[in-house]
Design a protein around this ligand. Structure first.
Ligand SMILES: Cc1cc2nc3c(=O)[nH]c(=O)nc-3n(C[C@H](O)[C@H](O)[C@H](O)COP(=O)(O)OP(=O)(O)OC[C@H]3O[C@@H](n4cnc5c(N)ncnc54)[C@H](O)[C@@H]3O)c2cc1C
Length: 516
């Protein structure tokens, strides 16, 4: 079984476990060669080595949640293996197709909870992972057909400051009673502790069903509907039904009240964010097996015992583990079990009941047609729904396009199933082009090449009301889950998945009596 990992030449390929930091070693299962310099004793990385028969912990999947969890386990001294079926880390973070010299990306934003420190940010500090990031300019709203310029959302510090911005979008001032109600509701929404946004009951009730608790004023609710729509690139009513109350309030807090930063990574999410955690894990003695698929999590007598893995050559073998941690999407996880744990099945069924699709275009421009660096949310003035999110990516981050050229990205989400998607995609392409032309005149003439894509968007989990999968199985001993379909999670988007890796990794270390 080939495993990409650092091997120690001085000890015939054995991993230098003693080089890990903070290894409490309570179970005594590891810790040889303590104190050696890992850089001096190991090859430069990437050397193939053979997967062992038994580990303290096996993590299935190298998404951000799995890799961060694995990095914590390795840093605490557990003999850890992360198995990934793809030939790279990063999971759902993947680049969209663009031409050479251009950098497409699926992910144009992630959050850090609280200014200066999200889950990934704190994890990078604690694990000393080499992550650096670039702040994304504030979004701006463009009300289609109004002839008004783009209104850039300020960094709001109070309900009054957000109200001023919101009012500036209307032709006439709001009635005084509405203004007072707006400030009251915003202050209430801003006062709920973060932890409560991501747990029961707020995490698992649609905002639509909860909104009366916030306000019954249609203008105030309309404001939140508009936030829901323009943060998910969707229609306002559907967005409110789909987002959990806690999810929408967290988006409101993070983005519109500016309690968090939105960032991008260089050159992209995989290399700039996930890879450094994988490197930290390997530095601390963990192993990463790429191109190997777990065909089954072995469960015997109500306890997980390890996994069955198919390697690159198609050979299936068993790898034992004291703890199995599963990272994956709602679609991946059920495939790994002969009998899906009931608490997992409930979440999967709920997820399957919702149909959404996103539509994206990456347009490579012969020359720049706009200097606008802000992402532009094009809003339907009548409904507050989002019609398109357009962003000249390379204006904010120059490495997205070759010198002298420009990359424009636009995306929209519709609450439709696969059949509907096939029907609307042609007309939608035309409509998207028309809107981009309205926002950035000269677009059509300057396009060199366009790449359209459409996904079943596996990216709404974090804000949604599905009962998520509990991080620790209620029915199978020593079985754990990480990723954005898992709870508890303490943030939004990629950071939500990261937060589950931190939470689960630390919880297991505590269970094992290890130093966290
Ligand atoms: C189109 C799209 C756009 C998005 N946009 C954004 C955005 O703008 N901002 C943002 O912050 N987030 C965005 N997201 C969400 C973000 O990508 C996810 O929240 C995050 O990547 C999920 O990470 P995860 O740890 O849950 O697991 P995943 O990324 O799902 O990783 C799970 C891993 O497990 C592996 N795996 C599955 N089954 C097996 C098996 N049997 N054996 C071995 N390995 C297995 C998979 O190959 C995968 O690598 C977007 C997602 C999508 C799809």
């Amino acid at each position: 079984m080939p495993v990409a990992s650092r091997a120690c030449q001085d000890c015939n390929g054995e991993i230098l476990r003693g080089a890990r930091r903070g290894s409490g070693n309570a179970s005594g299962s590891s810790g040889d060669h303590r104190g050696r310099d890992p850089l001096g004793a190991h090859t430069a990385g990437g050397r193939k080595r053979v997967m062992k028969d038994e580990y303290d912990a096996v993590v299935v999947g190298a998404g951000i949640g799995g890799v961060i969890c694995g990095a914590y386990l390795a840093s605490g001294g557990l003999d850890t293996l992360v198995i990934e079926k793809a030939d790279r880390v990063g999971g759902r973070m993947k680049l969209d197709k663009t031409s050479p010299g251009f950098t497409g990306f699926e992910h144009w934003v992630t959050f850090g909870q609280g200014w200066g420190g999200g889950a990934w940010y704190k994890a990078a500090r604690e694990l000393d992972a080499d992550v650096s990031f670039y702040e994304i300019p504030e979004p701006c709203l463009y009300y289609r057909g109004t002839g008004k310029g783009f209104e850039i959302a300020p960094r709001c510090s109070s309900a009054s400051s957000l109200l001023s911005y919101y009012e500036s979008l209307f032709p006439t001032p709001l009635p005084e009673a509405t203004r007072q109600e707006f400030i009251r509701a915003l202050n209430y929404a801003g006062s709920i502790p973060y932890e409560e946004l991501f747990c029961e009951p707020l995490a698992n009730i649609p905002f639509y069903d909860w909104k009366d608790k916030l306000s019954t004023d249609p203008v105030v609710v309309g404001f939140f509907a508009s936030i829901a729509a323009n943060s998910t690139m969707c229609e306002s009513d559907e967005a409110m039904k789909h987002l959990s109350a806690g999810g929408l309030l967290s988006i409101f807090r993070f983005w519109w009240m500016t309690e968090a930063h939105c960032v991008a990574f260089k050159p992209d999410y995989v290399e700039g964010l996930v890879r450094p955690f994988a490197t930290a894990m390997e530095r601390d003695g963990g192993e990463l097996a790429l191109g190997c698929e777990v065909v089954e999590v072995i469960v015997e007598d109500g306890e997980s015992r390890g996994v069955r893995v198919r390697d690159e050559g198609g050979v299936v073998r068993e790898v034992g583990a004291q703890k199995v941690i599963v990272n994956g999407s709602f679609l991946d996880i059920p495939k790994m079990f002969q009998e899906v744990p009931p608490e997992v099945q409930v979440s999967v069924d709920s997820f399957r009941s919702v149909a959404f699709h996103d539509f994206t275009v990456y347009a490579e421009m012969k020359h720049p047609i706009t200097e606008e660096p802000h992402p532009v949310s094009v809003v339907d003035p009548e409904t507050g729904s989002n019609l398109l999110m357009i962003w000249a990516l390379s204006n904010a981050f120059s490495w997205y396009a070759p010198p002298g050229k420009q990359l424009i990205f636009a995306s929209r989400v519709l609450p439709i199933d696969e059949e509907e998607r096939k029907k609307v995609r042609k007309t939608l392409k035309v409509e998207m082009d028309e809107i981009i032309e309205e926002v950035f005149p000269g677009y059509g003439a300057a396009v060199e090449k366009k790449h359209y894509s459409s996904h079943y968007p596996l990216w709404h989990y974090q804000h949604t009301w599905y009962p998520k999968i509990p991080y620790r199985s209620k029915s199978v001993k020593n079985l754990f889950f990480v990723g954005d379909c898992v709870e508890p999670q303490y943030s939004v988007t990629v950071d939500a998945a990261a937060s589950t890796g931190v939470f689960c990794g630390k919880a297991i270390l505590r269970l094992e009596g290890r130093e966290v």
